[in-house]
Design a protein around this ligand. Structure first.
Ligand code: NAD
Length: 487
């Protein structure tokens, strides 16, 4: 063990950057704190423009060889990374929970297996990626996906390794090299991923990890002329900053941003199902971009829906996320808690009523909250809280429901509960959202397009859409034998 290696929940985690296949320390550090109990986990290398430049240089140097590596070999290495993730699944799960406070049982059973699947899926998709050739006046058109170059991937804290690998896996599969910048509140599992990738045989410089505050290291990454792609998941203000910075080089961007998604409950819905879907919105202490945080309920069933929701939400257990029985853990940071509470205080001052919750609890926990009597144009209905705070409004007609659902600046997802398939088809056709779920929630297939409309994002990733983004898609036209161009 060196001074640069922490032991977190029994797992050794290197606190330095990973650049060009080597651990690199910065002169300065930042402190990583666990949201579970506020304990200090350790000091993490705090990147500057210097480390950003070194990481991009390493990615640039490694690019030609990785891009030229046959698809089958790239796929083999990505499967080896997935094997490494599976081998260290328990370690990744406990470190992630300690670092970001999300449920250990979810990390064990859902999230970390999904991390491995990210690598397997994009490795396999690469091998079958093709577009049928087509003819134009006897000429053959052939479409290929050429690796684009070094890619900067910037990720948030709410699902750190899941969201990072959802970008890292397709970028590497595409033949690009990567500089990953994890969120400063949750840097640890990205460091473990660097170890796993190296053990799996990923060549030096193909994956680089730099840590630090976005405000200090971000511009140096996103305005770098050698960077060919930027994929970002995070908040709208940061995305706007990144888009401005990337504009200097016209670097293509994929932006996965916030949401204020609706759950529409029609009177013809199975109310028990609707309530189950509604209570799910407290998952990850409400820190889920896709969460349906605005309940829009048909007036005739609103009272009954609310009664059953309150009963079901009352059965949720809040506490230590390492405890198998816990349903809701802490929020990520004291600043986030303050932000959540500020939203609720202002909503109540503006006339909202807390049906449940509406206040902090001890430690870094916020009571699961449902607010009614909220106006459509109010802050609590229009802005993303990113905590366990939901609102309920009623409607009387389908048109009104659609209008309320679409009436924010976001368009990430929408969920509806209805027993009428014709209504489902009519309504989904009118909703502005990247993903719509009917009578279900959070069913996500990696081959499906994923992204948001309006301020919820730019572009789509998933399946072939990921390769379209991370590659330079090329069309090669070949003339038939003996053909002469006579103008
Ligand atoms: P954030 O925008 O504050 O930070 C995200 C990342 O950007 C961090 O790594 C941060 O260090 C970095 N960053 C900050 N300033 C930067 C700059 N100037 N240049 C480059 N990078 C910079 O977001 P957050 O608070 O970490 O995450 C929460 C947000 O993410 C919410 O809005 C949530 O909805 C959104 N989110 C979206 C999705 C999605 O798929 N659409 C998924 C998860 C989270």
């Amino acid at each position: 063990m060196t001074e640069h290696v922490l032991t977190v929940a029994g797992v050794a985690v290197d606190t330095r950057h990973w650049i060009g296949g080597e651990r690199v320390a910065s002169a300065e550090t930042f402190t990583d704190v666990s949201p579970i109990d506020g304990s200090i986990l350790g000091e993490i290398s705090r990147g500057t423009a210097m480390e950003a430049a070194a990481a991009v240089a390493a990615a640039k140097a490694a690019f030609p060889a990785w891009a030229a590596t046959p698809r089958a070999e790239r796929a083999r290495i990505l499967h080896a990374v997935a094997d490494g993730v599976e081998k260290r699944l328990e370690e990744l799960a406990v470190v992630e929970t300690t670092d970001n406070g999300a449920l250990l049982r979810s990390h064990r059973r859902g999230v970390m297996p999904r991390v491995a699947h990210n690598f397997r899926f994009f490795a396999d998709w690469l091998l079958k990626l093709e577009h049928e050739d087509f003819e134009t006046r006897g000429h053959t058109n052939h479409v290929s996906w050429d690796p684009a170059g070094p890619s900067v991937l910037i990720t948030p804290w709410n699902a750190p390794l899941m969201l990072a690998t959802w970008k890292v896996a397709p970028a590497l599969a595409a033949g690009n090299t990567v500089v990953l910048k994890p969120a400063e509140w949750t840097p640890l599992t990205a460091s473990l991923l660097a170890d796993i990738a190296a053990e799996a045989g990923l060549p030096a410089g193909v994956l680089n990890v730099v840590q630090g505050y976005g405000s200090e290291i971000g511009d140096a990454l996103t305005s770098h002329p050698d960077v060919r792609r930027i994929s970002f998941t995070g908040s709208v203000p940061t995305a706007q900053r990144i888009a401005a910075s990337a504009a200097v080089n016209l670097t293509p961007l994929s932006l996965e941003l916030g949401g204020k998604s609706p759950l529409l409950v029609f009177a013809d819905a199975d109310l028990d199902l609707a309530v189950d879907l509604a209570v799910e919105q407290y998952d990850n202490a409400g820190q889920v971009c896709l969460a349906a945080t605005r309940f829009l309920v048909e007036e005739s069933v609103a009272e009954e829906f609310t009664r059953r929701f309150v009963e079901k939400a009352g059965q949720l257990t809040q506490g230590d996320p390492r405890d198998e029985a816990t349903d809701i853990g802490p929020n990520i940071h004291p600043l986030q808690l303050e932000k959540i509470d500020g939203f609720v205080r202002r909503a109540i001052a503006a006339g909202a009523r807390a049906v449940i919750g509406g206040h902090r609890k001890d430690g870094q926990y916020y009571a699961p909250t449902l607010l009614t009597d909220v106006a459509q144009d109010s802050e609590i209905v229009q802005e993303e809280v990113f905590g366990p705070v939901l609102t309920l409004q009623t409607f009387t007609t389908e048109d009104e429901a659609v209008h309320l659902a679409n009436d924010t600046r976001f368009g990430l997802a929408a969920t509806l509960a209805t027993g009428d398939p014709e209504r489902a088809e009519r309504v989904t056709g009118q909703l502005v959202a990247g993903t719509v779920w009917t009578n279900c929630f959070f069913v996500r297939d990696l081959q499906a397009p994923f992204g948001g409309s309006r301020h919820s994002g730019v572009g789509r990733e998933g399946g072939t859409w990921s390769f379209d983004f991370y590659c330079d898609v090329k069309n090669t036209v070949t003339a038939p034998n003996g053909w002469r161009n006579h103008g």
